[in-house]
Design a protein around this ligand. Structure first.
Ligand SMILES: NC(=O)c1ccc[n+]([C@@H]2O[C@H](COP(=O)([O-])OP(=O)(O)OC[C@H]3O[C@@H](n4cnc5c(N)ncnc54)[C@H](OP(=O)(O)O)[C@@H]3O)[C@@H](O)[C@H]2O)c1
Length: 325
């Protein structure tokens, strides 16, 4: 198998190298691309040194089975169509193709069936949305989801490595706001992405649109408030969800306990610091909400892993498995 990673030196790209190994995907050839700034850097994959190359159109003259993009929407829009011509699957982490009907939007445990016999571009969903939809898809199957109200607590690594550097500098005393609209250190900023005329931010729109697309139900009402917090890694969601059918709390807990890619805690809870390198969506504090049609839970995930690299590699793995069927 031949794999290429565009944006290999970034938060997601570097984690992709770890996740490929976690998922036992060791290709015979791996090519790493970044901008001219990082070209020549040596990264290690499975103890082998790999020199990062500068991305160019010629990169895709060569065939790769799988090409991962983790370099932002602009690069994906410019280069993914070229990569697509000469590869089996292109998996993009940006939001560029998430609403494109010619591309797929996939969380393998939820709608991985779409990958069977598919070649083309697959968009990796938004990070907070992936960790939220893993449990919501399980509950939707049992009780039919009607409405979600979610508040997020999103770490600075969600803005890429510059987000991490911005918080590090402010922790050391800098008063420069860096990439954020306000100082993030010791603060909380309810503003991720541009604001639209309806008062919601781009990140909040993503959570609504992607939930509907992945759960294949445009009727689901989603009200998201997305918030940046001074945490380095790990996103949290406080989720309220309402269903069409009466909810059986004990059954909901059983289903979540047995579900793939979910860690369900009955008598304790997860925090970003305790996440380590988890590839799971963590669910805790499950409880009845305002009536017997509704539930609340606390949801934590490593944004660079389950929210990006682990889901992307899991798309590759599921695609491979389905072609064997
Ligand atoms: N971080 C997260 O939690 C997360 C979660 C889900 C999705 N995503 C998405 O994943 C993508 C990558 O995010 P990130 O957090 O990894 O960002 P990042 O840490 O800023 O890394 C960006 C990567 O893109 C490369 N790049 C920048 N300009 C380039 C160019 N002109 N040509 C080729 N490569 C270029 C950078 O290479 P250099 O080293 O050369 O600058 C670096 O490898 C974004 O679309 C982001 O929205 C991120």
């Amino acid at each position: 198998m031949k794999i290429a990673i565009v944006g290999a030196t970034g938060e997601v790209g570097r984690m992709m190298l770890d996740c490929l190994q976690d998922f036992d995907i060791i290709p015979e050839e791996i090519a790493l691309f970044a901008s001219h700034k990082s070209a020549g850097t040596t990264l290690y994959f499975a103890d082998r040194p790999v020199v990062v190359q500068e991305l160019s159109e010629q990169a895709f003259d060569k065939f790769y089975d799988y090409v991962f993009f983790a370099a932002g929407g602009g690069i994906a829009l410019a280069y993914a169509p070229l990569a697509r011509k000469n590869s089996t699957l292109v998996i993009d982490n940006s939001s560029a193709y998430r609403e494109d009907k010619d591309a797929l939007l996939v969380i393998p445990q939820v709608n991985g069936d779409l990958l069977k016999n598919y070649t083309g571009i697959v968009a990796n969903p938004n990070c907070s949305t992936i960790q939220m939809l893993l449990p919501l898809a399980v509950l939707d199957k049992a009780f039919t989801l009607r409405q979600v109200v979610v508040s997020t607590y999103q770490s600075v690594s969600g803005s890429g490595h510059t987000g991490v550097e911005t918080l590090e500098k402010q922790r050391a005393g800098s008063k420069d706001k860096g990439i954020y609209p306000e100082i993030i250190d010791l603060n909380i900023i309810p503003h991720i992405g541009v604001f639209y005329d309806d008062g919601y931010s781009a990140e909040e729109h993503k959570m609504r649109n992607e939930t509907r697309r992945i759960l294949r139900n445009d009727e689901i009402a989603v009200c998201a408030t997305t918030v940046r917090v001074p945490v380095y890694y790990g996103h949290c969601n406080s989720v309220y969800c309402q269903f069409e059918k009466k909810v059986d709390l004990a059954l909901a807990a059983e289903l979540l306990k047995d579900a793939e890619a979910i860690d369900f805690k009955e008598n304790s809870y997860m925090t970003p610091l305790a996440l380590g390198f988890s590839n799971l969506a963590h669910v805790s504090r499950l409880r009845q909400a305002v009536d017997d049609l509704s539930l609340c839970f606390w949801n934590v995930g490593h944004n660079v892993r389950i929210g990006a690299a682990a889901n992307a590699v899991s798309i590759l793995k599921t695609h491979l498995e389905l072609q064997g069927d």
